[in-house]
Design a protein around this ligand. Structure first.
Ligand code: GLU
Length: 411
């Protein structure tokens, strides 16, 4: 699965480099990650036993700025998955136009089995293993699947034990530790901005549109919140416990409060429960895959009825599924643009840390809106020039910006 994810990422890169007429040696240079760190993590479990886990940090490219990318705790995590995700970060930061490269990290662990104390020990052990390759000017982690502000706070603290106070070493921190207003909301909020951009381009508006969201973690919940705030109707949500549908519109605030209290939607009675996989093929205007990669494949793509797909997750669509969506005329707003709101506000956080001067949420949102608008216009110009789909346009934009930086820096 992870091998396929890495292959898929290369397919998307190579569709772009073919349009750009890049030589094979250049494609190889662009695809090859800079460094992979793999660390064994032994911690004391609450029951007294020793827990042994493997952690990874893959630094893909830093031609445009320090390596940047999240840290996920999941049993799927392996070298290939983290490498694919690190590569996506390189193109994402370039598409957004923020001065970072790309990286990703992860620990192979079923996060739902860890107590908070175990999670803290594991996080600190991981930083013991990688502290010498991260830093505010070298590689800056952030939240991803099953990590959050608290996890970033432990990273900040553990890193300080080796290197002293350096808040810019990690983003997505709680505001009390130098985090940015609006960072928690940023990825989901950015997905909604991306949706507004594509709709406006097609002469439509968000008001009254039906939305289905797969995944109810940080990205899914904040996207749902903002879609509703802007007059759209969320008619389906899902998490690991299954799908929840309500034609008249889901009470998103109630679902969020329930999921927070109960660590998920299991047992929530606010909507009709359906099989989780069915959520992806529901009748709706906008489908937002906001969980894990590889969920839209040639097996189910033909059944997708949404008119727009906005990729809150990284790598949710296989190349074969993308072809099917192109044939069906479904607009796919690709991950490296759709979910770039998170890393964009990470950039704002990092730059606020550098200046020790903090912005209010209104300013953060305004600046994020500007970045998303500019990136969308850049994508559209490329799409017109190359007559390609939005994903290829995004990869063309990302890859060419990285290549320009690489060329200027030289070998
Ligand atoms: N994990 C997020 C992503 O996939 C955010 C990365 C960051 O802020 O560095 O884009």
């Amino acid at each position: 699965m992870s091998k396929k994810f890495l292959e898929n990422t290369k397919v998307f890169i190579e569709q772009a480099t073919a349009l750009l007429d890049y030589r094979p040696d250049i494609v190889k240079q662009l695809e090859t990650p800079h460094r992979e760190v793999r660390v064994e993590l032994n911690i004391r479990m609450d029951d007294g036993s020793i827990g042994t886990f493997i952690g990874f940090r893959v630094q893909h490219d830093d031609a445009r700025g320090p390596f940047k990318g999240g840290l996920r705790y999941h049993h799927h995590v392996d070298s290939e998955e983290v490498t694919a995700l690190a590569s996506l970060m390189t193109w994402k930061t370039a598409v957004a136009g923020v001065p970072f490269g790309g990286a990703k990290g992860g620990i192979q662990v079923d996060a739902s089995t860890l107590s908070d104390a175990e999670k803290q020990r594991l996080t600190r052990k991981f930083i013991d293993g990688i502290h010498d390759v991260i830093g505010a000017k070298s590689d800056i982690p952030a939240p991803d699947v099953n990590t959050d502000g608290q996890t970033m706070a432990w990273i900040f603290d553990q890193f300080a034990k080796y290197h002293g106070y350096e808040p810019g070493v990690v983003t997505g921190k709680p505001v009390a530790l130098g985090g940015s207003e609006g960072r928690t909301q940023a990825t989901g909020r950015g997905c909604v901005y991306a949706t507004e951009e594509i709709l406006a381009h097609e002469g439509e508006e968000l008001e009254g549109k039906t939305v289905v969201i797969q995944g109810f973690g940080n990205v899914g919940t904040w996207a749902a919140h903002d879609y509703v705030a802007k007059g759209a109707k969320v008619i389906g949500i899902s998490d690991i416990s299954g799908g929840y549908v309500r034609e008249e519109g889901i009470d998103v605030a109630d679902a969020i409060a329930y999921a927070k209290e109960n660590r998920g939607l299991e047992g929530w009675e606010g909507a009709e429960k359906i099989d989780g996989a069915k959520i992806l093929t529901m009748e709706c205007d906008i489908l937002v895959p906001a969980a894990l990669g590889g969920v839209l494949t040639k097996e189910n793509a033909g059944d997708v009825k949404a008119r727009y797909i906005v990729e809150g997750a990284n790598g949710p669509t296989d190349p074969e599924a993308q072809d099917i969506f192109d044939e069906k005329g479904i607009h796919v707003v690709p991950d490296i643009y759709a979910n770039c709101g998170g890393v964009t506000v990470s950039y704002f956080e990092w730059s606020q840390n550098m200046q020790h001067f903090y912005w209010d949420e209104e300013r953060v949102n305004q600046e994020l809106r500007k970045v998303m608008k500019k990136a969308f216009a850049d994508l559209m110009a490329i799409r017109r020039k190359h007559e390609c789909n939005l994903r290829t346009a995004a990869f063309v934009l990302g890859v060419s910006r990285v290549k320009e930086a690489l060329d200027l820096r030289g070998l």
